[in-house]
Design a protein around this ligand. Structure first.
Ligand SMILES: Cc1cc2nc3c(=O)[nH]c(=O)nc-3n(C[C@H](O)[C@H](O)[C@H](O)COP(=O)(O)O)c2cc1C
Length: 249
C-alpha cells in the first residue's frame, strides 16, 4: 500500500551534503507553517524555532556539533522547547507558574519540538529538500544558550540542517518489524534471535557497500559503541536544565 506521503516517508535518508542554493523565503514560510500544524500537547504550542542565518552563529553551531558542513546547508533551524511564552501568558497564577517548571511541561516542550522537526523534515523531503536532524547541538548547551540568548523556561532540543541535496546516500535498513512492533505485550529481545543475526548481516553489508565512510560494523556492535561513549561529554545537560528553570519538581 502506498501514496505520495507514504512514499516520501519511506524514501527518507539524512542528507549531509548540499548544493549552494539557499532556501527561499517562501520555502521557509511553508516549512514553518507545516511545523505549526503539527499536533501540540494540551494545545499549548510549546515550541519556538530560530532560523540561524548569521554566519558567526553558524560557525559556532559547526564547532559545537562537529558538523562544519552545516554552514553549507540551504538553511538552519534550531528547535527550542519553550515554556517562557506560556509563562508570560499565565501571568500571576502561582499554580500555573509553578507547573511550567515541571518535568511534565519540559517533556511537553520536547514532544512539541520533536514533532515539529519531523513535520519539517517530511515537508522538506516532499519538496525535494534533504536534511539532517542534529542532537549534537547538546554537546555544549551553555554555549548554545548564551549564543542564542535563551531565557529561563526554554531549552534547545534539536537542530536541523536542510537544503538541496548534493548526494543520494543509500538507505539505512531498519530493524525487522517483529523486533520492534508487538501485539498487546512487550517482547524483550533475545540476542540469539536469528532475525537479529540477519539484521546484523544486512547492516554489515550496508556499511560495506555505501559510498561514504565504509566500515566493518554490525548493528549489535554499533549499539555497543554508541552507548560506550564517555557520558561526561554531555554531563552539563542536567545542570543546564536546572539553570533554565526545569526539573524543579
Ligand atoms: C534525535 C536525533 C538526533 C540526531 N543527531 C544527529 C547528529 O547530531 N548528527 C548527525 O549527523 N545525524 C544526527 N541524526 C541523524 C541520524 O544519525 C540518522 O537519522 C540515523 O543514522 C539514520 O539514518 P537515516 O536518517 O539516513 O535513515 C539524528 C537523528 C535524530 C532522530
Amino acid at each position: 500500500m502506498t501514496n505520495p506521503t507514504i512514499a516520501t516517508l519511506m524514501a527518507h535518508r539524512s542528507i549531509r551534503h548540499f548544493t549552494s542554493e539557499k532556501l527561499t523565503t517562501a520555502e521557509i514560510d511553508t516549512l514553518i507553517t507545516a511545523a505549526q500544524h503539527a499536533a501540540t500537547s494540551t494545545f499549548s504550542q510549546q515550541v519556538s524555532i530560530i532560523s540561524v542565518t548569521d554566519p558567526a552563529k553558524l560557525t559556532i553551531l559547526g564547532e559545537i556539533t562537529g558538523h562544519q558542513w552545516l554552514e553549507q546547508a540551504g538553511h538552519y533551524f534550531l528547535f527550542i522547547a519553550d515554556q517562557a511564552r506560556n509563562a508570560r501568558l499565565a501571568g500571576t497564577s502561582v499554580l500555573a507558574q509553578s507547573n511550567l517548571h515541571s518535568t511534565d511541561k519540559l517533556l511537553a516542550g520536547i514532544f512539541d519540538a520533536t514533532i515539529a522537526i519531523e513535520a519539517i523534515v517530511t515537508a522538506g523531503e516532499s519538496l525535494g529538500l534533504g536534511s539532517t536532524i542534529m542532537g549534537s547541538i547538546l554537546n555544549d548547551v551553555p554555549r548554545l544558550i548564551q549564543t542564542f540568548d535563551l531565557p529561563s523556561l526554554t531549552f534547545p532540543v534539536l537542530g536541523l540542517a536542510i537544503g538541496h541535496p548534493a548526494e543520494q546516500p543509500e538507505q539505512k535498513p531498519r530493524l525487522p518489524q517483529e523486533l520492534m512492533h508487538f501485539n498487546n505485550t512487550y517482547q524483550p529481545l533475545d540476542p540469539a534471535d536469528p532475525q537479529l543475526a540477519a539484521y546484523d548481516r544486512a547492516i554489515t553489508s550496508y556499511y560495506q557497500q555505501r559510498g561514504n565512510h565504509r566500515r566493518e560494523e554490525t548493528y549489535t556492535h554499533h549499539i555497543l559503541t554508541e552507548f560506550s561513549r564517555d557520558p561526561k561529554q554531555r554531563a552539563g545537560i542536567t545542570t543546564a536544565l536546572r539553570q533554565q528553570g526545569f526539573l524543579s519538581d
